[in-house]
Ligand binder design. Sequence first.
Ligand code: M6R
Length: 618
Amino acid sequence: MCGIVAYFGKKAAQPILLEGLKRLEYRGYDSAGVALMAGNTFEQHKTSGRIANLEEVLPAVNAAQTIGIGHTRWATHGEPNTTNSHPHTDATGKITLVHNGIIENYATLKKWLLKEGCTFQSETDTEVLANLIGYFYTQEQDKDGTACEHFERAVQKALNEIYGTYGLAIMCADCPDMMIGVKKGSPLILGVGENEFVLASDASAIVEHTTRAVYMSDGEMVIIHADGFTTKTITNKEVSKELKDIEFSLDQIELEGFEHYMQKEIAEQPEALHTCLNGRIDLKNGRVILGGIQNLLRDLTRTKRIIMTACGTAWHAALVGEFLFEQLARIPAEVEYASEFRYRNPIVEEGTVVIAISQSGETADTLAAIEQAKERGATVLGVVNAVGSTIARLTDAGVYLRVGPEIGVASTKAFTAQVSVLAMLAVELGRRRHLSADAAQTILTELAKIPQKVESILAQQEHIKAIAQANIHKDNWLFLGRGFNYPVALEGALKLKEISYIHAEGLPAAEMKHGPIALITDDMPAVFVATQCSQYEKVIGNIEEVRARGGKTIVVATEGDDHIAPYADYLITVPDTIEQLQPLLTVVPLQMLAYHAAVLRGHDVDKPRNLAKSVTVE
Ligand code: M6R
């Protein structure tokens, strides 16, 4: 939630901050602002709403202002108005900062600061932090040292009083040639260019300027000066950080002719999945090579239990993973919402392997669940897309999705890649236990064909758009599937509701008769995933139950299924594949249906209301 970007260099900072904020806008878009260093003071511009609103209120570029910070907000404390927008400045006007995260003990600190005479303008937790740093900075000024040393110590002292999460960029009016960045629980990357630095919540705001970066870890701060940067902990211990390459290019984060990132990312799936699978499948031997977890394969093979933990779409992928691990590797597996797992005092027996699944690698609940699992002695693997992200670094080992940046708030290509990675892992574990080479070869041969099959589903664009158009006025939808397609039903419902604001519910198809069937009318489309699988006849039975009650059905079926037409008011077909891999195909038309429904309803598909791409708060 929230995106921060800061520039320190020789170029005019304002356009760089603005461009960076546009790249980070998917992280939150309630309000935005910038602060530029202007001599020994700050020039600040803030506004509610999108970055486009901020652009309108920004003055002409001042080339002499080469240092500044910017923020795009996803509101937590205080409504998204101009006053609550970042940057926030302390009451003395000396300290200004942008913040991504939450200060949990802000109320106590605010009470204390008020007693000390501080004044506040906003309702935010962030302004409390600005004032706390300002308070310590004033105290430090009575001590030996330079203003920069006072500033640095004040930041450290303040952060040692804070509970919560933060990615921060902080400036001090008395130190016009210095900036501090700090991270705990929220992402922060320092891009290191020629005589310039870009500090940002993610690499998309950096990659235009440099591809060399330092990935900050929790509890670390970076102090940037004109002649370079130093890194230390907030408890003042020096740390040396490695410069790494940012592994994606500018093209990958451009729209490239598409109207929306979601549309682009749906269309990219054949290529993305190809890249995800490439070099990992050994068809000849029916084996899988996943470099990142080779050292832990023995532990994994022997484990008595796999727990997968994730949120949202990644949780749906995990559910497919549960079925895959049980069926192919015969390892007991379960799926936990990260937000529940972390607070439930879970039982993690010796030898349990926890797999954390996350596109962004920054989801706060998933991070906390990993910490919980590690404390209890579990081996933790990550299935992550964002290279160098906090989850990727916190886990004992992991597998990257390799699908490039996903920017649309609605996750699409990450889901299919997560399922692909879990399928590969399940096959390899199966092979190390009981799965025959023949069986593994069959699954892997089918997996290798998936990218091409997805391509053929994408060709049905106009047909799926027409189905969305015909049902666009319906305000409640049901999504139903069984077995491997039950998680797809959940995912189809989530996709529709999060971007089109149509109420949708996903269910295992047989559960319908235990309650939700009462909802069926001809005004409630029921989307059935009814591909050729072991439960096909059962799903047909469920469709009959809906139709008998006047319900209208949108059916996703297997190409060439001659039997299905009478059961579908609207029919979408997907190529045939083995049951275990069907989610990789059946989810695609549901992504497309949701996309078209949202566009037809006139919504901003990539920036759905109230949402943000990466949920870095609890
Ligand atoms: O980055 P993550 O995969 O950890 O994100 C998890 C969820 O927040 C995410 O999948 C969310 O549900 C998406 N908006 C779904 O499209």
